[in-house]
Design a protein around this ligand. Structure first.
Ligand code: GTP
Ligand code: MG
Length: 259
């Protein structure tokens, strides 16, 4: 993992429509806002595609797959507006792009902690992916027990008017961390600021249990990995049944082809 993330390049991110929201014609503002959001949608789709490629490659060419699940979401216009107010953002696209960094969000779940860092390295090692910021809540969990690896990354999106760098927030975590985070989110959603102390304590305990589970699973996984190859039948099962994987007979016929 690259420990020295680059800083947000504001000069490049400012290539947004330079509208002043108050004076702009409503129709034009709607158009500009849509265009602004589309960039995030495309940036997000690029990251999802990159992850799908890695996932498929692992499924077909390796014994194990570090990616369990990939999901994505684009903040809806109402949530962007709500966050503009909450973050004290200027009503300009430049300010929104600078202050609201999670308009495009991608979440990756992995089985093991080592997989989280592996996928992070594979994704951010790509030449068109630029790390803007890393928040490693796995190494440094939040006081409530939250763990996840957050990366703010920038990818180029090619549109009719040229190349635009787009920020995408990627959250990477294990299944256990994800399980915990979704329950914690639900509880906070239900109780807002007033979560009963007993529930908070329970959540912290559950976070410890999830961390122990991750550690145990990692250890068992390493033991299995180092104890030799998986049986061929199981390898085939893990790879799935995609058309691109030839069977043994096909490989024999391939070998018999005359040069
Ligand atoms: P926001 O302004 O809320 O986006 O937070 P931030 O800019 O301080 O960034 P941070 O990295 O702390 O959190 C970004 C996102 O991570 C959140 O929007 C959540 O999706 C997730 N997250 C962060 N902390 C927690 C947590 O304690 N519990 C859960 N369930 N999710 C969290
Ligand atoms: Mg955020």
């Amino acid at each position: 993992m690259d420990p020295t993330p680059a800083r947000i390049d504001l000069g490049r991110l400012m290539e947004q429509p330079t509208a002043d929201f108050q004076s702009e014609d409503s129709q034009q503002l709607r158009h500009d806002f849509t265009r602004f959001m589309m960039r995030y949608k495309f940036g997000m789709e690029e990251i999802v595609t990159k992850l799908s490629i890695l996932r498929d490659e692992f499924a077909h060419l390796h014994d194990t797959n570090p990616i369990e699940n990939v999901s994505s979401r684009l903040k809806n216009p109402d949530s962007v507006l709500e966050k503009i107010g909450r973050k004290g953002c200027e009503p300009t696209f430049e300010s929104i792009a600078e202050k609201i960094t999670d308009i495009a969000g991608v979440r990756v779940t992995c089985s093991f902690v080592s997989d989280v860092y592996h996928v992070f390295d594979l994704l951010t090692g790509q030449s068109d992916v630029h790390i803007v910021e890393i928040r490693d809540y796995i190494t440094n969990p939040k006081p409530n027990g939250y763990r996840s690896l957050h990366a703010l990354i920038e990818v180029p999106v090619f549109m009719s008017d040229g190349e635009v760098p787009v920020l995408v927030e990627v959250q990477m975590r294990t299944i256990a961390m994800d399980f915990w985070a979704s329950l914690e989110h639900k509880i906070h959603y239900k109780y807002r600021q007033d979560v009963p102390e007993a529930l908070l304590t329970g959540l912290r305990e559950a976070a410890d249990t999830a961390r122990e589970l991750d550690a145990t699973m990692e250890r068992l996984h390493t033991e299995v990995k180092t104890s030799g190859e998986l049986p061929v039948e199981l390898q085939r099962k893990l790879r799935g049944t995609a058309d691109v994987v030839p069977d043994e007979d096909f490989v024999e016929r391939l070998k018999r082809l005359q040069p």
